[in-house]
Design a protein around this ligand. Structure first.
Ligand code: SAM
Length: 336
């Protein structure tokens, strides 16, 4: 099997694919209050074009694929894409990141199509806050989606929680305690200033006050006596802990404070067909036109890998100013 390495010797074997820039929620940390203009349908890659990119990537040695968005499940025929990708020889795993709103109905068809597991964004246990933070979300619906994913065997289930001061920073212990009764992996993520540096509305704190570091999260979780846990397969950059005796784990993802660029193994494909070598840098390689001309995109994938920087070079202290962060896209146009 071929292996793909970047200029810094990192093995690149993971492709995150945004299948749409559209989303059925408007999470305050992800989408500006006014929303973003959706790309015309003609600019969005078809499933056949996405499959073509995956075939080329797999041939180069990229065996792991994650589907994201926007909200990937707004493309309700997503199981067709999952099936097509899962069948490609050399594919090791297809996973999904979703807000869970449409998961209840789609969990089983996705599992049958070959999806291995899901990560669900889940930021608060409070239904009122949930609705406020996501602007349209219904916690009960997401909860039913998570249960359906469990029944369908899309496990281990990971819950992604972006921690925002004044919103959910006082709930970390309650969220972590979910791992006492469920074999879930709750992962707390530091807020990244990507396209969300403006005012989120009067019920949210101003830019300079929203960020909570992993160190502060750990301090808030001290009453639970978290103990370091062996890394969970597929837990990527998360530092993993466990409440003693719990079946699930508690992870921390610190893209800024303790960034994990040295072990970065990924490339991103945006819904409009651009390969993005680094989440936090506005540097992209377009592949859509080449795909539509029937050209071999292998050299473009290699070019994108060659453009991967050693690190994003941004720090938590730049957060308040929003300086140096991506300007060309908001997070829902990248896929997280
Ligand atoms: N709609 C799907 C969802 O909600 O999971 C997939 C797309 S969403 C952009 C992917 C991930 O990015 C989610 O887990 C979300 O919490 C995370 N995310 C979005 N904006 C973020 C931000 N500003 N900082 C940190 N994580 C963010």
């Amino acid at each position: 099997m071929q292996e793909l390495h970047d200029a810094f010797g990192r093995r690149i074997d993971y492709l995150r694919i945004s299948v749409t820039d559209r989303c059925n929620l408007r999470c305050a940390y992800c989408v500006p209050p006014a929303g973003v203009a959706w790309k015309p349908r003609s600019e969005i890659l078809s499933f056949e074009e996405i499959e073509q990119v995956v075939r080329s990537a797999v041939a180069l040695g990229m065996g792991k694929v994650r589907l994201t968005g926007g909200e990937p499940l707004v493309r309700s025929d997503l199981p067709h894409l999952v099936r097509a990708i899962a069948r490609i020889p050399g594919i090791k795993e297809v996973s999904l990141t979703t807000n869970g709103m449409l998961l209840e109905r789609l969990a089983m068809p996705l599992a049958e199509a070959g999806l291995a597991r899901v990560n669900v964004s889940f930021d608060t246990l409070d239904p009122v806050k949930f609705h406020r933070l996501t602007r349209f979300g219904e916690i009960e619906r997401v909860w039913r989606g998570i249960e359906a994913a469990e029944r369908a065997g899309l496990t281990p289930i990971k819950l992604n929680t972006v921690v925002v001061r004044g919103v959910n920073d006082t709930e970390l212990c309650d969220l972590a305690r979910l791992t006492l009764s469920q074999a879930w992996h709750v992962r707390f993520i530091e807020l990244m200033p990507v396209g969300n540096g403006g005012d989120w509305g009067e019920e949210f704190p101003p830019l300079g006050e929203r960020y909570v570091s992993v160190q502060e999260m750990l301090a808030r979780l001290a009453p639970l006596g978290l103990a370091p846990a062996a890394a969970t397969a597929g837990n990527g950059p998360a530092r993993t802990f466990r409440i003693p005796g719990a079946p699930g784990t508690v992870g921390f993802i610190s893209p800024l404070g303790e960034h994990f660029c040295a072990t970065c193994n990924r490339l991103r494909l945006t819904a409009d067909g651009r390969l993005r070598p680094c989440l936090l840098l506005d540097r992209e390689v377009p592949v859509r036109e080449a795909l539509r001309l029937g050209a071999d995109i292998t050299p473009l994938i290699e070019q994108a890998v060659a453009l991967k920087p050693s690190g994003h070079g941004l720090s938590a202290s730049s957060t308040a100013a929003g300086a140096g962060f991506p300007q060309n896209r908001v997070m829902c146009q990248i896929g997280g």
